[in-house]
Write a protein that binds this ligand. Structure first.
Ligand code: ZN
Ligand code: ZN
Length: 301
C-alpha cells in the first residue's frame, strides 16, 4: 500500500465539525449563531446535530439558510434509543440525514436506529463512548451500521474529562472491525466547548453529499490542531508528512508502539515490523502544545 486512502483520494481536505447542538435541543445558541461561530472560525462545513428526542420535536435542524460560497452545512442529528449495557439511552451521531427522517418508536433499539440512519444515507458514529461508559459489547452490537468512533469529543473532554474514544476503537480494530475515527466538539456553548476537535475530510468538492460519502469511505483524519499532509506505507516503513510536530507516534495491536521525537518535525519515518503480527497500525502527530492529530487505523497487508 502506498498512500493511505484518506491521502490518495482526489480533491482537498475540508475542515468540519460533525457534532454540535443549538436551541433546537439543549444548547444555548440559535442555529444561525452556531453556524456563524464555525463560519467565522474558518471551518469549511458544519453538521448541526440536535438531540433527536420527543421533547424537542425530533429535530433535524435545517441549516441550509446559513450556507455561503465558502461554508456549507450537512443535516444531521444525535439520535437516541434504549438502552446501553449500563442502562442509559444510546447517543448515536448521524451526519447526512434527510430533513423528514422519521421519529423513533418506543420499541426501536439503539442498534436498530443506527441501522436506519445508515440506510438513510448518513455517516454514523459511535458518540463519546468514554463519557457514558459504552462497552465493547454495545459497540459491537452497532455493527455494521456504525462507520466510525468519535475518538475525541471536545465537550466531554472539557466538561467531564471523559473525551476519549481511542480505547474503544483500538479494541474494535484488534477484534477485526474496520471503523474510522472522527473528532468533534459536541458544543452546547454553555462553557468553552467549541473549536477544539474537528475532522478533516478529503473530497473533490464541499458538496454535502460528497463530504458524507468521503466520511463513510474513511477519507478523513481527526485533529485538535496539527495537520497531516500524507501517510505512506511502503514495505516495512510508514512515512508521515505533517505540520511542525514534537513527536510522531505509531500505535497498533495491544501494546505495540513506536515514536520519533524532534523539534519542528515535518516528516518522520518509522519501522512497521512490530505492528505486523497484530495486523494494523495508526499514526498520531503531536505539536508543541500537546495537541494531536490522528489517522484512522489501517490494516497492514
Ligand atoms: Zn451525546
Ligand atoms: Zn451531543
Amino acid at each position: 500500500m502506498p498512500l493511505l486512502p484518506a491521502f490518495a483520494a482526489p480533491g482537498r481536505f475540508f475542515k468540519g465539525n460533525l457534532h454540535t447542538h443549538s436551541t433546537r435541543s439543549d444548547a444555548v445558541r440559535e442555529p444561525d449563531h452556531v453556524c456563524s461561530t464555525y463560519r467565522e472560525a474558518g471551518y469549511d462545513f458544519l453538521a448541526l446535530t440536535d438531540h433527536f428526542l420527543p421533547q424537542y420535536g425530533f429535530p433535524v435542524t435545517d441549516t441550509r439558510p446559513y450556507r455561503t460560497n465558502s461554508f456549507t452545512t450537512i443535516m444531521g442529528a444525535e439520535v437516541h434509543a434504549p438502552a446501553t449495557e449500563l442502562g442509559e439511552k444510546w447517543h448515536i451521531l448521524a451526519v447526512g440525514l434527510p430533513l423528514d427522517f422519521a421519529p423513533t418508536e418506543p420499541a426501536e433499539t439503539g442498534p436498530q436506529l443506527a441501522a436506519r440512519c445508515a440506510a438513510a444515507g448518513a455517516f454514523v458514529a459511535i458518540a463519546h463512548p468514554q463519557w457514558y461508559g459504552l462497552t465493547l459489547a454495545d459497540a459491537e452490537s452497532m455493527l455494521p451500521a456504525a462507520h466510525a468512533v468519535e475518538v475525541y469529543n471536545h465537550g466531554c473532554a472539557v466538561g467531564s474529562d471523559r473525551g476519549d474514544g481511542w480505547a474503544l476503537l483500538d479494541a474494535l480494530t484488534s477484534r477485526g472491525h474496520d471503523l474510522h475515527a472522527c473528532a468533534t466538539d459536541d458544543a452546547h456553548f454553555k462553557y468553552p466547548d467549541w473549536c477544539g476537535g474537528w475532522t478533516m475530510v478529503k473530497a473533490e468538492s464541499a458538496d454535502p453529499q460528497a463530504l458524507v460519502a468521503a466520511l463513510r469511505a474513511g477519507h478523513c483524519y481527526s485533529s485538535q490542531g496539527p495537520e497531516i499532509h500524507a501517510i505512506d506505507v511502503t514495505g516495512n516503513e510508514v512515512s508521515v508528512a505533517c505540520s511542525p510536530a514534537r513527536s510522531v507516534t505509531v500505535l497498533g495491536h495491544a501494546s505495540a508502539d513506536r515514536v520519533v521525537f524532534g523539534e519542528g518535525l515535518r516528516e518522520a519515518r518509522l519501522d512497521l515490523g512490530k505492528f505486523r503480527p497484530g495486523g494494523w497500525a495508526r499514526v498520531v502527530v503531536t505539536d508543541d502544545l500537546g495537541r494531536r492529530a490522528w489517522s484512522n487505523p489501517f490494516r497492514l497487508a
